[in-house]
Design a protein around this ligand. Structure first.
Ligand code: TPP
Length: 707
């Protein structure tokens, strides 16, 4: 480093520390509401920022990384606006805590507060960079779908930075990310900021043997460096080496920096409650700021006066920034402003462009839902080179020599929905992932942030839970928490549901209401082949994350087959289908209950003449309230039916809204038909008793008609 760089290095470290100090004062004055500092980590982070290129490389930092972000080009004022929760806070518009950095211009991707989730996003980001370099045409804008609103930039040799504390390395997502970084030799630089404490929990609890780089040492392709993170020159050397290694395409790197934490975990924590005085003093003696100041003086790079001048200028800068931040306009509290950017503001999945008619094609033979989903995936992959498909066992064959030689047919998913995709589009566009659901969803998020369109698969709904953290805290939240600056439109396809005869607890679960209760994600559940094709197309082309629930029992049923509707057939979200028009009572349902309710309704009409109107919602979030209201106004009697458990279920919300808004229309209490409040059992007799059957629906309809 030149003299100027060394002085700048110190200036940035000091700037970061003084910004923390200012925030601490503001917090004590109750002008801001949370404070977490970078103190003690500055040397490692300024080194990282100086070794990388803002707006060229990509950054997934965590809350300690103030000094990194200042080095990349974040200003103190921007950081203090976040602390105030100002309307002009670029990172989130007052939605996130301070120290949750974000800048599109600098490629700092919005982080959550959850520890280690960002590791998976960094992997997806690096994979996307590599993909676009190999398929540059895919980056082009395209009118008519999400690509219209997603700028894609790539360099070919960009490096992705991701940081975390040593405590966070205990999280599965850290290890799930190492798996893919190592296997795919991805250009990712991990920085583990080891201050030996995760709040009050010391390193030996989180890391067997107390040293994370020693544990990572057996991962192939990694460049590992362990460094004194309070030594600026050693940190800079370590970071430059690591970045060079990754940029040259040799694989990922992990820089393990031993740092200190002089200001406790956050302002809400007092480390003297759990650390001895001796230990705290030993840490203080390693403070990187004091060490570098001394070093600059000793080496004659700055004299005392030079240090004073530099520090005074920084103090004034921080002071001015704080004054400006205190004057900032606060966010609007209108309902509209609060909900803004929950979903894409540019392209709604309810848009008329998604309302097209099936095409008559030469082959009019009836196809199953499984076949039409497979056709839709193929058509969309042909149309849009950004679509990639991955998950457990979705590829035809990972070891693809025999496949390419035409000697084997390939698997293509446990339900064969993705059959032939790898064969037609290659292993870069359809591949098998490790058996790790957070890896699947987390990578998909990172890819979608960069502009790819992942259509990932979770093998069974029953196993979606390891990915739940990624889905609720990341996928659903990214657009809202960054105030629209970042988005991750993608599709997660999930086989769901029971009526399988022998599926048992772990292959028959429902649980859609858990996701409709999550803002930011759209939830779709078709009941027939044609709807599945049209809704999946909209899911792929729209600009929001979509959970696409495919009922396993409906995949190959005779009910609901349809002819191939052509490659442009789409159905807008939020538009229910009247499966059977009727005048006496309404049944609102979706998924595998549709054929069962239809069977019950037809029997009821034959036997009693009662005429049931059957509504298939098709999309659960958003849902078609107008269709429900119109039908209830006509029939004055309504049953909400679903396969999932009764209590706290999807039907509770619909029933409550009918009660609130349509009470005067009703001639009978709203009724729900659903599963018992338990898991689905293996023995078919038990399964039949637990899940709602056509007879249960029949009985409910008949009783309601008589009420
Ligand atoms: C998934 C998750 N669990 C718990 C927390 C609460 N929490 C916030 S920070 C923290 C400790 C993190 O320690 P470490 O990773 O060592 O980083 P440091 O804060 O020391 O830099 C915990 C437990 C969280 N944010 N996310």
């Amino acid at each position: 480093m030149t003299r100027e760089q060394l002085v700048e290095f110190y200036r940035l470290m000091y700037l970061s520390r003084r910004t923390d100090d200012r925030e601490i004062v503001l917090k004590r004055q109750q002008k801001i509401f949370f404070q977490i500092s970078c103190a003690g980590h500055e040397a490692l982070l300024v080194a990282a920022g100086m070794a990388m290129c803002p707006g060229y490389d990509w950054f997934f930092p965590y809350y300690r990384d103030r000094a990194l972000c200042l080095t990349l080009g974040n200003t103190v004022e921007e950081q203090l606006l976040q602390a105030v929760g100002a309307a002009e806070d670029m990172a989130s518009g007052g939605r996130q805590m301070p120290s949750h950095w974000s800048s599109r211009k600098l490629h700092i991707v919005t982080p959550s507060s959850a520890t280690a989730t960002q590791c998976m996003h960094a992997i997806g980001c690096a994979e996307a960079g590599r993909y676009f370099a190999a398929h540059p045409a895919a980056a082009k804008k395209h009118a008519g779908d999400y690509r219209e609103f997603k700028d894609v930039t790539f360099q070919g040799d960009e490096v992705t930075y991701v940081s975390l504390g040593e405590g966070a390395t205990s999280q599965g997502e850290f290890w799930e990310s190492l798996n893919t970084a190592s296997n795919a030799k991805l250009p990712v630089v991990y920085v583990v900021e080891d201050n030996e404490y995760a709040i009050s929990t010391p390193v030996e609890v989180n890391t067997p043997g107390g040293n994370i780089s020693r544990l990572v040492a057996n991962y192939p392709n990694f460049h590992l460096v362990e460094v004194d993170g309070t030594d600026p020159l050693a940190c800079y050397r370590a970071m430059v080496e690591a970045v060079e290694y990754a940029r040259a395409g040799r694989g990922p790197a992990l820089v393990h920096g031993h740092v200190v934490r002089p200001y406790s975990h956050s302002l809400s924590d007092d480390e003297r409650q759990y650390r001895s005085e001796e230990e705290v003093q030993a840490d203080n003696a390693r403070d990187p700021l004091a060490k570098m100041q001394l070093w600059l003086l000793r080496e004659g790079i700055l004299d005392e006066e030079g240090i004073n001048r530099l520090e005074q200028k920084v103090d004034e800068e921080v002071h001015r920034a704080a004054d400006r931040a205190m004057q900032a306009v606060l966010p609007s509290v209108t309902r509209e402003a609060i909900l803004r950017h929950q979903y894409s503001e540019e392209l709604k999945p309810t848009d008329a462009r998604f309302d097209t008619q099936p095409e008559a094609t030469a082959d009019a033979s009836e196809r199953t839902m499984a076949e039409l989903i497979n056709h839709c995936l193929k058509d969309e992959m042909r149309r849009d080179e950004r679509v990639v498909v991955f998950g457990e066992d979705v590829a035809d064959a990972t070891r693809d020599e025999a496949l390419r030689a035409g000697e084997i047919k390939g698997k293509g998913g446990v339900f064969k929905l993705t059959a032939g995709l790898q064969t037609e589009f290659g292993s870069e566009r359809c591949w098998n992932t490790p058996l790790a659901e957070a890896n699947i969803v987390g990578r998909a998020i990172g890819m979608a942030v960069r502009g790819l369109k992942p259509v990932a698969e979770i093998q069974f709904f029953d196993y979606i839970w390891p990915a739940m953290h990624q889905m609720r805290n990341e996928l659903a939240a990214i657009r809202w928490r960054s105030n629209g600056e970042w988005s991750c439109p993608l599709v997660i396809r999930v086989p769901i549901g029971g009526y399988l005869t022998g599926g048992s607890i772990y292959h028959s679960q429902s649980g859609e209401s858990i996701f409709t209760h999550t803002p930011g994600v759209l939830v779709v559940m078709p009941s027939n082949a044609l709807d599945a094709a049209g809704l999946l197309r909209t899911a792929i082309r729209c600009d929001d994350p979509v959970l696409f629930l495919e009922h396993k029992r409906l995949y190959r049923e005779t009910f609901g087959r349809g002819a191939y509707p052509g490659p442009e057939y789409a159905i807008p979200f939020g538009k229910a289908k009247v499966v059977r028009a009727g005048k006496d009572l309404t049944v609102v349902t979706y998924g595998a209950i549709v054929p069962r309710a239809l069977q019950a309704a037809e029997k009821l009409e034959r036997e009693t003449g009662v005429d049931v109107e059957l509504i298939d919602l098709r999309t659960l979030s958003p849902y078609d309230w107008e269709a429900i209201a119109a039908s209830v106004q006509k029939t004055s009697r309504v049953i909400v039916a679903h396969e999932d458990m009764l209590s706290w279920g999807y039907g509770a919300e619909i029933a409550a809204r009918i009660g609130e808004e349509l009470f005067d229309e009703l001639d009978a209490p709203v009724r729900r038909v659903a599963a018992m409040d338990t898991f689905v059992a293996y023995q078919p007799l038990l399964e039949d008793a637990i899940l709602p059957q056509a007879e249960d629906l029949y009985r409910a309809m008949e009783e309601m008609a008589r009420y």
